[in-house]
Each structure stands twice: as structure tokens, then as C-alpha cells.
Design a protein around this ligand. Structure first.
Ligand code: PRT
Ligand code: MG
Length: 212
């Protein structure tokens, strides 16, 4: 049995064409099914539906042989023991600093004043501002970061941006791009040794599908 861990939503949707290229079709829709283990047209391949931030953990501990997860998640939560053979170039976005449109970020940063930053990406933010020599107080949030500057809880947020519509809808502006993000294929190293042929087949089919 080969087990692949995916999160619902954009990663699941954008992975379907890659699975198809590997001859794998998922037989249930995670948006309508309550099942957490989805069957495929291949009797020896199944898909686990897990929280996006839990994908690396499932693969690290061998609950899944393979997984697909954002570079943001790997950097924030660690990628110890994971083999990362491919950048799949899916679920693309960027991680950026955003502030209220009336906040003078350039001056705040230049003056060396302390900045309060709300984010779910505490590790990425700490590294980024430390490298710039900017003092920050970090507030950890688990979602809807955009609210924090609007209610005066933070000067800035660090969050994922793709179209920019969410920022715009909340009168926030992107002031710095920290890094580009896309999703990676991650593989359990022990599984790769034990089930080399079927796992290699999937890696190779994905690589061919993205033109690598
Ligand atoms: O939703 P849940 O709390 O379960 O987990 P999650 O939010 O981590 O998962 P999910 O499925 O939303 O995101 C999974 C992965 O998709 C992320 O780890 C990224 O690698 C990738 N990804 C790509 C994105 C986006 N684009 C994205 N735009 N993840 C989230 N967003 C959010 C962003 O946080 C913001 O709220 O979309 C909003 C901004 O989008 P725009 O288009 O308005 O700019
Ligand atoms: Mg989400």
C-alpha cells in the first residue's frame, strides 16, 4: 500500500492533475465526503486528508509515505528526515509583510522603532526581521491575520498573498515580499527504501507532468 497525505482545498485540487499523470484517480471528493481515507482507482494507493500543517508530521512519522505541502509549512514547522525530491510549482503564492494603508512602514523600519507583527509564521518572521536588524514583537495567530492591524493590535502582519484581494478588501497594503512559496513533494525516507519501485514511479510521473 502507498499512502499519500494531502490537505483539502487548493493543494488537493492542484494535485489531481499530477495524480492523473501517474495513472491515479481519487474516487471520492474530500469536500463532500466525511471520510479521511480516500480510495483511488489503484487498489494499492490511498489518499489521507489531513490539516495542511499536519502533512509533514504524517510523512515524518510514517503515517503516510508521501505528502504534498507548502514551502511555508516546511520552513515554519521543520522538515527533519523528509526527502524533498520535487518542487511541484503548485499552490503558488508569496509570503509578505502587509500594513494598514495609513501606516508609514518605511519610516518605522528606518527609525529602528519596535514593530508589532501578527502572524502564524512566527519562525519565518523572526528570521526575516532579525536579518534586517528590525526589532519585532511577534503575536502568534492561527488565522485571519488581516484583522490584527485593523483593530490596532499589530502594526503589520506576515501572511500568504496570492491575488492580493484579501489585503485590498481589508485596506491593507503589501510592503515587503519575504519569499515566493509553492508546494513540494515530501517523502518518508524509510518508505522510499522499502517501497522503492512504486514510490519512484509516482515521483517520476509527477516530474514528467511538471516538465522536469
Ligand atoms: O485552512 P487551514 O487552517 O486548515 O490550513 P491552511 O490555511 O494552512 O491551509 P490552506 O489549504 O488554506 O493552504 C495550504 C497551503 O496553500 C499553504 O500552506 C500555502 O502553501 C498554499 N497557498 C497558496 C495558500 C494561498 N496560496 C493563499 N492565498 N494558502 C493560503 N492562502 C490564503 C492567505 O493566507 C490569505 O488569507 O489566502 C488569502 C490570500 O489570498 P489572496 O488571493 O486574497 O491574496
Ligand atoms: Mg486556510
Amino acid at each position: 500500500m502507498i499512502t499519500l497525505a494531502l490537505s483539502k482545498g487548493r493543494i488537493f485540487e492542484e494535485t489531481l492533475p499530477l495524480l492523473k499523470a501517474a495513472g491515479i484517480e481519487v474516487l471520492e471528493d474530500p469536500e463532500t465526503s466525511r471520510k479521511l481515507i480516500l480510495t483511488t482507482n489503484q487498489p494499492n494507493v490511498r489518499v489521507l486528508v489531513v490539516r495542511a500543517t499536519d502533512v509533514p508530521t504524517y510523512v515524518q512519522y510514517g503515517g503516510a509515505d508521501l505528502g504534498i505541502t507548502g514551502r511555508d509549512t516546511l520552513l515554519e514547522h521543520g522538515s527533519d528526515g523528509l526527502y524533498q525530491p520535487l518542487d511541484l510549482q503548485i499552490a503558488k503564492c508569496r509570503i509578505s509583510v502587509a500594513v494598514r494603508s495609513d501606516f508609514d512602514y518605511a519610516t518605522a523600519v528606518k527609525k529602528g522603532s519596535r514593530l508589532t507583527v501578527a502572524t502564524k509564521y512566527v519562525a519565518i518572521s523572526r528570521d526575516f526581521f532579525a536579518a534586517k536588524g528590525v526589532h519585532v514583537d511577534l503575536i502568534k495567530l492561527y488565522g485571519s491575520m488581516e484583522l490584527a492591524p485593523l483593530v490596532g493590535m499589530a502594526d503589520a502582519i506576515v501572511d500568504l498573498v496570492s491575488t492580493g484581494n484579501t489585503l485590498k478588501a481589508n485596506q491593507l497594503v503589501e510592503v515587503e515580499r519575504i519569499m515566493d512559496i509553492s508546494s513540494r513533494l515530501v517523502v518518508n525516507q524509510a518508505a522510499l527504501k522499502l517501497k522503492q519501485a512504486p514510490i519512484r514511479k509516482i515521483i517520476d510521473a509527477f516530474a514528467a507532468a511538471i516538465g522536469q
